[in-house]
Design a protein around this ligand. Structure first.
Ligand code: ATP
Length: 419
């Protein structure tokens, strides 16, 4: 089954020297135990494409945990999962995953597969796309030899994303999202038959749990340009499976690109807030419920709604700093960054910048204790007076401690019953 192609020279170029050294050690430890040992999945694809910085997934026809323990400098460097016979190993500054090669069957669509040990060829046949279904032998007798049972090399050369069999999306509809993600990341095309299967099987996304769907969205949000995936997903009628009002249009492309021009690597929740920016408050709540977003994700979405609803204040050149701060106080940084991208106004951008850099940090010189000493009783008045002083400072109407004390004295005098 091995292909003529030998990837040894490419691996030599692509791998950091310490990883290359690790693979040699691991290879001889596996060989000493009679276990075959392979590099699999995305790392093989990326080595062929000459894409740097890939994670290593290693597959052993044998005991992956035993092999990890044999290689590790200390057992503390190994995290194991006995149920799946997998191990994660710390090696220098790297994390390396070792997995027992396995085969899978799907008890029903959308369910997680039933897994049992199996040979490398079967391990490759359970994978999502041909370009991810290749292995490279790390065995001393055929080191670097490509194992390509599904035509992955041909598809890499033709730049195609192709499933391994027509039932692939029925087995696991999350692969539909993965197909679009790889297509856009690699600049490939989804192959025509696979595209037809996406159209046929996209209803199967309804069989996937919210947590797995959310995971797929999270993977997209960490891509370099998530908007490309959203645009293509919209074309394929997939975006609406998350929420019918989501759009992957040129507005979204522009604001996502703007996010990258503002911050080097925008947080995924910035992209999430932008994706959902134009949903109404109730649509955002439906979206949050349907994908069971985490608390920080839901916060980014709700905070961005609070900003969208007060766009008028942010864009008004006359708005006082205290009014801008009243809108933005307590909102997440990601929602503020998203707002800078989504609200198309220089005034809003300046207001948000000044809030983040200055106004947010503005606080009265007087403390609660000072107020009590001046005669303010413990209770809600304390906070409202401090907030009032903060707002006057923001608007430049109070600048000194004496003026703050004066404000408090006036407030005390103005209470009902005081003359
Ligand atoms: P990358 O995102 O760069 O491809 P990766 O290859 O490590 O990283 P993972 O999502 O970690 O991607 O998956 C590892 C490998 O497991 C994939 O290359 C693929 O072969 C396989 N795989 C992952 N998810 C699925 C799935 N839903 N169905 C079938 N195979 C999958």
């Amino acid at each position: 089954m091995a292909n003529d192609e030998n990837l040894a020279p490419r691996l030599g170029e692509a791998l950091p020297p310490e990883i290359a050294a690790f693979l040699k050690v691991a290879s001889s430890e596996a060989a000493a135990r009679g276990w075959r040992f392979y590099l699999v999945g995305g790392a093989v694809r990326d080595a062929i494409l000459g894409r740097a910085g890939f994670d290593l997934d290693l597959s052993v026809e044998g005991d992956a945990i035993g092999l990890a323990m044999a290689i590790a400098a200390s057992p503390d460097d190994v995290t194991v999962h006995h149920r799946f016979n997998t191990a994660r190993l710390k090696w220098g500054g790297h994390h390396i995953d070792l997995v027992r090669s396995r085969e899978e069957t799907y008890p029903r669509p959308g369910a997680l597969p039933t897994v049992r040990p199996g040979p490398i060829n079967m391990d490759l046949l359970r994978r999502d796309f041909t370009v991810n279904a290749m292995a490279v032998s790390l065995n001393p007798d055929d080191w670097g030899c490509l194992i390509d049972v599904c035509g992955g090399l041909r598809d890499i050369r033709q730049r195609l994303i192709r499933v391994l069999h027509p039932g692939s999306f029925i087995d696991d509809a999350t692969r539909i999202w993965r197909a679009v993600r790889y297509e856009q990341r690699l600049g490939f095309r989804i192959e025509p038959e696979t595209l037809k299967l996406i159209e046929r099987d996209r209803v199967m996304l309804g069989t996937i749990t919210p947590d797995r769907l959310r995971y797929e969205l999270e993977c997209i949000l960490t891509e370099t340009a998530p908007e490309k995936v959203f645009r293509r997903a919209d074309e394929l009628g997939l975006l609406s499976t998350w929420h019918p009002s989501l759009k992957g249009d040129s507005w979204l492309s522009e604001v996502c690109a703007r996010a990258r021009s503002l911050v080097e690597k925008p947080h995924p929740d910035v992209y999430l807030a932008l994706l959902a920016w134009r949903l109404t408050a109730s649509e955002k709540e439906e979206f949050i419920a349907s994908l069971r977003f985490t608390k920080p994700q839901a916060r980014a979405l709700r905070d961005s709604q609070a900003i969208a609803e007060n766009g008028g204040i942010l864009t008004s050149p006359e708005a006082k700093p205290s009014a801008v701060a009243a809108v933005l106080h307590g909102l997440s940084r990601d929602s503020l960054v998203a707002a800078k991208c989504a609200v198309p106004s220089g005034v809003a951008g300046d207001n948000i910048d000044r809030f983040m850099n200055e106004w947010k940090h503005s606080a009265p010189l007087l403390t609660g204790e000072d107020l009590k000493r001046l005669g303010v009783a413990q209770g809600p008045d304390l906070k409202s007076i401090l907030d009032g002083i903060r707002d006057l400072r923001l608007d430049g109407l109070i600048c000194s401690r004496a003026q703050e004390e004066n404000f408090v004295m006036e407030w005390l005098k103005s209470r009902p019953g005081e003359s």
